[in-house]
Design a protein around this ligand. Structure first.
Ligand code: DAH
Length: 338
C-alpha cells in the first residue's frame, strides 16, 4: 500500500509538472482527488488492512492528499497567471491605428445665404421679425393693398386652407403684423418660407424669401437705394446696380433692382440671358394704404420695403441653374457647400 502511494506521487507529480493548460490541470485534480480518483480509491482499500497498519497508511494517505493539494494549487496559480498574461497580450489595442474619419455635415446653402443676409442687415441695425407660415388672407393680401380681384388671390396661385386662411405666398404679411405691433421709426427684415403652387426649373412649391421694411420720418427713395446698394455690394462685390420701374400693390412707386451680372460682368452670358443684368429683388416706397391699414399715419411717416428670393440669391452666388436641386437632398450636391 505504501509503495502504491509513493508511485502515485511520482507519476502524478510529473504529470502535474508537465501540464500546460488549466483544463488539463482540472482533469488531473479529478483523477487524483475526485470521488472516483485514484487516491480516494486507495483510501477505500483501507478497510481490508490489518488494524495495526491502518494508522500508518491513514497518515500516509493524508500526507499524500496534502501533497497533491499543495502542488495542484501551486501549478494552478502559475497557469492562471500565464493565461491572464496571454489574454492581455492578445487583446491589446493598437492606439496608433488611424480611426475611421468622422464626416462633418454643413449648412444647407439656402440656410448659409439666409444667415449671411441676416448678418448684413443686423450690422445696419435692422431687427429680425418672424411671422406664421399659415397666414390670414387679410395679412397676405388685404392689408397689402391687393385688390379683391387681384390674380395672385386665385387658387391656381395660392394654397388655401380655408376661405380666410392660406399658406403665405410671400413674407410681406410680416410687414403688416410688424407695423401693427411697433411704432415708427423702425427697420426690420423677416426671412422665412413661402408657398406657391408652381414646379419647374425656377419654381418649387416652397421656397424662401426675406422681406425688408423701414418706416420713419422723411424716409426717401435715396435712403433705400443706399441700403440696397450696400447690401448688393456685400453679397456680390462691387459692381453697378440699376432700378427698373415695376408694379407691386403694396408699394408706390415700385421697382426691381438689378445687379451687374456677377458671371460676365455686364458683357452678356447664359446666366443673365445676354442682358448683362441680374434681377435680385423687388422694392418700393410703402403704399399709404398699407401704412393706414396697419394704423400708421401716412401723412407723418413714410417707408420703403423690399423682398427677395433666397434661392435666387444662392443660385447666383454659386452658379446653380436649377432651383429644384436645393430640395432634392442629393448629398453629392450638398457636399459642395462645405
Ligand atoms: N412680395 C413680393 C413677391 O413675393 C416681393 C416684394 C416686392 C416685397 C417688393 C416687397 C416689395 O416688400 O416692396 O414677389
Amino acid at each position: 500500500m505504501k509503495e502504491k502511494i509513493e508511485s502515485l506521487k511520482v507519476l502524478y507529480r510529473e504529470k502535474i509538472g508537465n501540464a500546460t493548460l488549466l483544463k488539463d490541470l482540472e482533469d488531473l485534480k479529478i483523477r487524483i482527488l475526485g470521488k472516483k480518483g485514484e487516491l480516494t480509491e486507495l483510501a477505500r482499500e483501507m478497510r481490508n488492512l490489518a488494524a495495526e497498519e491502518k494508522p500508518v497508511i491513514g497518515q500516509a494517505l493524508n500526507e499524500a492528499r496534502e501533497f497533491f493539494t499543495e502542488i495542484l494549487e501551486e501549478k494552478f496559480r502559475i497557469l492562471s497567471a500565464k493565461a491572464k498574461e496571454e489574454k492581455l497580450k492578445s487583446e491589446t489595442i493598437d492606439v496608433t491605428i488611424p480611426g475611421d474619419p468622422v464626416e462633418m455635415g454643413s449648412l444647407h446653402p439656402v440656410t448659409a445665404t439666409m444667415d449671411m443676409i441676416k448678418e448684413i442687415f443686423l450690422d445696419m441695425g435692422f431687427d429680425i421679425a418672424d411671422g406664421p407660415e399659415v397666414e390670414y388672407v387679410k395679412y397676405n393680401f388685404d392689408g397689402l393693398n391687393f385688390s379683391g380681384s387681384h390674380p395672385s388671390r386665385n387658387e391656381t396661385d395660392t394654397f388655401y386652407i380655408t376661405e380666410n386662411v392660406l399658406l403665405r405666398t410671400q413674407t410681406s404679411p410680416v410687414q403688416v403684423r410688424y407695423m401693427l405691433e411697433h411704432k415708427p421709426p423702425f427697420r426690420m427684415i423677416s426671412p422665412g418660407r413661402v408657398y406657391r403652387p408652381d414646379y419647374d426649373i425656377s419654381h418649387t412649391p416652397m421656397f424662401h424669401q426675406t422681406e425688408g421694411l423701414v418706416v420713419g420720418d422723411n424716409i426717401s427713395f435715396a435712403d433705400f437705394k443706399g441700403i440696397l446698394m450696400h447690401f448688393a455690394e456685400k453679397v456680390f462685390g462691387k459692381g453697378s446696380v440699376r432700378f427698373r420701374p415695376h408694379f407691386f400693390p403694396f408699394t408706390e412707386p415700385s421697382a426691381e433692382m438689378d445687379i451687374e451680372c456677377a458671371i460676365c460682368h455686364g458683357k452678356g452670358c447664359r446666366v443673365c440671358k445676354g442682358s448683362g443684368w441680374l434681377e435680385i429683388l423687388g422694392c418700393g416706397m410703402v403704399h399709404p394704404n398699407v401704412l393706414e391699414y396697419a394704423g400708421i399715419d401716412s401723412a407723418k411717416y413714410t417707408g420703403f420695403a423690399f423682398g427677395m428670393g433666397m434661392e435666387r440669391i444662392a443660385m447666383l452666388q454659386h452658379g446653380i441653374d436649377d432651383l429644384r436641386a436645393f430640395f432634392e437632398n442629393d448629398v453629392r450636391f450638398l457636399r459642395q457647400f462645405k
